[in-house]
Design a protein. Structure first.
Length: 252
């Protein structure tokens, strides 16, 4: 199948297909002497997988890593995609219910608490964390502690949730300041560590210095955590935060 035929079949633009070829995500099985890309049935099936993962909000580099893994099996992947899409559908259904209940509350037909207004968002955050980090965190801290943390987060009031979001913003700002100096023992660095501890305490059932150090180690050993802080604070921020927490926790 030529590229223009694949465009008509899939709805994906020729420009996008050429970009996928450029980054190694979807390379045509053959290229004719005239330079025309030729896609096999295997290539077409791979494009379907790419589009399914895109609908699930996976990044292109994540998709490439999954599809290129030697143990990748399409049937199992489809089952997992189905499971994730069902979760996404439940989330959208819950959003629609929340919107309808909010309208009914505004019209005086229903009395909705502030906690109920935010319940769907908190549940979605828990699901997202489970999808991204659930297995690693369970392996490290155990099922009981993870479930206790999820319950604490789920039971959070609107005021607590807003305070947690504000605290994380303050953490980013202090971490930026500390990163400029490069001194992991500075007062502003210790303030950043304290803010991180307070931020964790909103969802952690119990704080311990050992667990704090363990989480910091996970930050630098898992590229998803590393990207979270480096993108929001600056290059090297995750390693710096790890070193700051090590100093902070040692004094506790």
């Amino acid at each position: 199948m030529l590229i223009n035929e694949l465009v008509k079949l899939s709805g994906v633009s020729a420009r996008t297909l050429r970009y996928y070829d450029e980054i190694g995500l979807l390379r045509p099985s053959a290229v004719a002497e005239n330079g025309y890309r030729q896609y096999s049935q295997e290539d077409i099936d791979r494009l379907q997988q790419i589009l399914l993962y895109r609908e699930l909000d996976f990044k292109l580099e994540e998709i490439k890593k999954l599809l290129d893994h030697p143990d990748y099996e399409v049937k199992e992947a489809l089952k997992k995609q189905s499971e994730l899409l069902q979760k996404k559908r439940r989330y959208i259904d819950d959003l629609l219910i929340t919107i309808e209940q909010t309208i009914q509350t505004m019209e005086g037909e229903l009395k909705m608490t502030n906690e109920q207004k935010f319940e769907v968002f908190k549940n979605n955050l828990i699901e997202e964390n489970e999808k991204s980090y659930g297995q690693e965190i369970r392996d490290k801290y155990g099922e009981a502690q993870v479930e206790a943390s999820n319950k604490k987060f789920r039971d959070m009031t609107e005021e607590q949730y807003n305070a947690m979001q504000q605290l994380e913003h303050q953490l980013f700002e202090r971490l930026k300041e500390a990163l400029v100096s490069g001194d992991v023992t500075s007062d502003v660095a210790m303030e950043a560590a304290e803010l991180h501890k307070r931020w964790l305490s909103f969802s952690w059932a119990k704080y311990t210095p050992e667990a704090h150090r363990g989480l910091a180690q996970m930050y630098v050993s898992d590229e998803r955590f590393t990207a979270y802080y480096d993108e929001r604070v600056g290059p090297g921020a995750t390693q710096f935060l790890h070193d700051v927490i090590a100093v902070y926790a040692a004094d506790k």
